[in-house]
Ligand binder design. Structure first.
Ligand code: ZN
Length: 149
């Protein structure tokens, strides 16, 4: 996942998720497949522009929403509530730095051999009789880089 995937691999991936191939869609998806990113539509637009890709901001928005809907990327809210897009679609939590807005993935902690969200959900369901959705958790704080300053 760390090097650029071939055009045909991206084409196949889109097809596997029921999406039509288009150049903008492929550029955006390749970007997310290169490395783990948490990026806003505006920053993605700028990054692609710097790489010489000519996509309008509205095309970026549109394709981000299509890729999110299909489950190829996921959306989260950044420090000020802005939409960020995440290349990691496996279950994980986010640490968000209150100073810089940096977003870091953390794996789900386990409690008694059960992932924390399921543990929490089952615990609260048992206590209240409610049917509860998988809880999401976002942890804010200061990254070690900032805390040291
Ligand atoms: Zn993430």
């Amino acid at each position: 996942m760390n090097q650029r995937e071939s055009k045909s691999a991206i084409r196949k991936l889109l097809k596997d998720y029921g999406l039509r191939y288009s150049r903008p869609r492929a550029s955006i998806l390749s970007f997310f497949r290169e490395a783990d990113h948490h990026i806003s539509a505006e920053d993605l637009h700028l990054t692609l522009k710097r790489r010489g890709e000519r996509l309008s901001l509205s095309t970026v928005y549109l394709n981000l929403s299509v890729l999110t809907e299909a489950g190829l990327i996921r959306q989260l809210n950044g420090l000020t509530g802005e939409a960020l897009y995440d290349s990691n679609v496996k279950p994980h939590y986010h640490l968000i730095c209150k100073e810089t807005g940096e977003v870091v993935d953390v794996p789900l902690p386990m409690i008694d051999g059960v992932p924390l969200p399921r543990f929490l959900k089952e615990c609260i369901q048992e206590a209240t009789g409610w049917q509860i959705d998988e809880p999401s958790l976002e942890l804010r704080g200061l990254s070690p880089k900032v805390a040291k300053e």
